[in-house]
Design a protein around this ligand. Structure first.
Ligand code: GLU
Length: 311
């Protein structure tokens, strides 16, 4: 199978279907992004990689950072402690919903929603880990030492972040946080505002697909239990309140962010990433979704595909 051709076709297919996408308006700096941008990368465990479109355009990780703060917290503080702070259940609500903190439990239902990621950020801050520690982890997981913070997006997130602050203060009031609400939010805003491109995310996804061992060096970078936890949560909660729809139509563990990125893992074989800033009503990138849906269909990537996987 000519994977490069299929990827090129996937990008064409997506480009014809994304005109309704709107860049995230609630963070003014993200609203400036051109919703017609579209790019993708596949990074294979066997060392090959394939790119198409705006694959090397920088965009902010946004919610994809939630997988990395989770990995850090699991590795540094342990599974038991982390899951005493947040749960592992999907919410069925939007990513920035506050409602269940009040009506159900002060502990966020999972680490892939904003409240959960803010709680995880508080655990890291409370244990003495800084944004620099986070950034170094991102650089290691993506395999690029020049990854940096997008200062303008960070400032914009801070200005537009009162909904996130409201959740943080509610959790601080209920003794869920390990540091002050403002400190937890600051790490969270910065983590969301790190610039990456699709190759960075595909390489990170490849590491997850390979259960935490770098396929090029054979070195273990993430504990395999942690990769199992993160991929499971990506399946059940990674695509916001469209996780079930994505599981049905694409069938890969995936995480999206309102910067327009989606990364997905193909067990033991590859990491995939696609990017387009135009979002649907749930906050998922329309172009990136169609790239992954096309690849899944044409290459039989769905975890329950009856056909043999073609890559
Ligand atoms: N920084 C964004 C927020 O807090 C991240 C949301 C996302 O990507 O889902 O709203």
């Amino acid at each position: 199978m000519d994977i490069q051709n299929v990827l090129n076709d996937a990008v064409k297919y997506a480009a014809e279907r994304m005109e309704d996408g709107k860049s995230a308006a609630y963070i003014p700096e993200l609203a400036k992004e051109d919703p017609r941008r579209l790019g993708a990368c596949i990074s294979m465990v066997d060392g090959r990689s394939f790119t198409a479109g705006d694959w090397d355009h920088d965009f902010t990780m946004q919610s994809i950072s939630k997988t990395i703060t989770l990995i850090m917290a699991l590795e540094k503080l342990g599974e038991e402690y982390v899951f005493s702070k947040v749960g592992v259940e999907p919410t069925g609500d939007s990513f920035n919903s506050i409602v269940k903190l009040e009506t159900r439990t002060p502990h966020p239902l999972n680490p892939m929603i904003n409240a959960g990621a803010i709680a995880i950020s508080s655990c890291l801050t409370g244990a003495g880990y800084s944004f620099e520690d986070y950034l170094n982890t991102v650089r290691q997981l993506c395999g690029r030492s020049t990854i940096t913070l997008n200062e303008n997006v960070y400032l914009s997130e801070q200005k537009a972040g009162n909904r996130n602050r409201a959740m943080a203060y509610l959790m601080e009031n209920d003794n869920v946080l390990d540091c002050a609400a403002e400190e937890a939010c600051d790490l969270y805003f910065k983590a969301c505002s790190v610039n990456v491109n699709t190759r960075d995310l595909a390489r990170y996804a490849r590491l997850l697909a390979n259960n935490g061992t770098d396929p090029e060096t054979g070195r273990r970078i993430i504990d395999s239990r942690m990769t199992c936890i993160v991929k499971t949560l990506m399946i059940t909660c990674g695509m916001y309140d469209a996780s079930g729809y994505f599981a049905l139509n694409v069938g890969l563990p995936a995480k999206s962010g309102v910067g327009g990125g989606i990364m997905a893992t193909l067990e033991k074989k590859a990491g995939l990433a696609a990017y387009s800033p135009g979002l649907d009503a749930k906050g998922n990138s329309i172009g990136a979704y169609y790239v992954l849906q096309y690849l899944s269909e044409k290459l039989s990537l769905h975890y329950f595909s009856a056909e043999e996987c073609l890559i």
